[in-house]
Design a protein around this ligand. Structure first.
Ligand SMILES: [Zn+2]
Ligand SMILES: [Zn+2]
Length: 163
């Protein structure tokens, strides 16, 4: 699922993956259940889904951690959260409000939209709740999957650099 459009996960699943990225280690089902005040069976179900998508590695009795792809995907999730947070804070919300509001709707905003906004904002490096990292996809023209369309690659070669 390397070609992702950013709309794969529900709001709750997004929070789990961002939490796993923030903790940066193998987490037990009970750690995640306690953090979100939910039943461990709910977490187990979610972890199976995330594993099926290739985002995490789940070892029975040890716990779950992000796969290499999951780590890259989580960087996108954090960038999306922080880009939207900056937009909201620019239009009058306090930092706490911007962070909270972005968490409510960010899972519905596509990678294409975030990459386009990221470019329009000049790739900001500091968000209200942490650093913003960028990848080759937000730095170049993108299609709806957030990848560089062939036509741009070819035009780029013929015409030299595109702004
Ligand atoms: Zn935040
Ligand atoms: Zn960027």
């Amino acid at each position: 699922m390397e070609r992702y459009d950013g709309l794969e996960l529900s709001p709750r699943r997004v929070e789990y993956v961002k939490y796993m990225a923030e903790m940066g280690k193998t987490l037990k089902v009970s750690d995640i259940a306690a953090r979100f005040s939910i039943d461990p069976s709910t977490v187990t179900k979610a972890l199976h889904e995330l594993e099926g998508m290739g985002l995490i590695i789940h070892e029975p009795y040890r716990g779950a951690r992000l796969s290499p792809f999951g780590a890259r995907y989580s960087e996108f999730l954090l960038r999306r959260h922080r880009i939207l947070g900056l937009v909201l804070s620019h239009y009058g919300l306090s930092e706490d409000e911007a962070c909270r509001e972005a968490s409510r709707f960010e899972s519905y905003v596509s990678r294409y939209a975030i990459n386009t906004m990221c470019r329009a904002m000049g790739h900001p490096t500091t968000g209200i709740c942490g650093e913003i990292t960028h990848d080759e996809h937000c730095r170049r023209p993108v299609d709806k999957y957030g990848t560089v369309p062939k036509v741009h690659q070819e035009q780029g070669r013929k015409q030299g650099r595109r702004a």
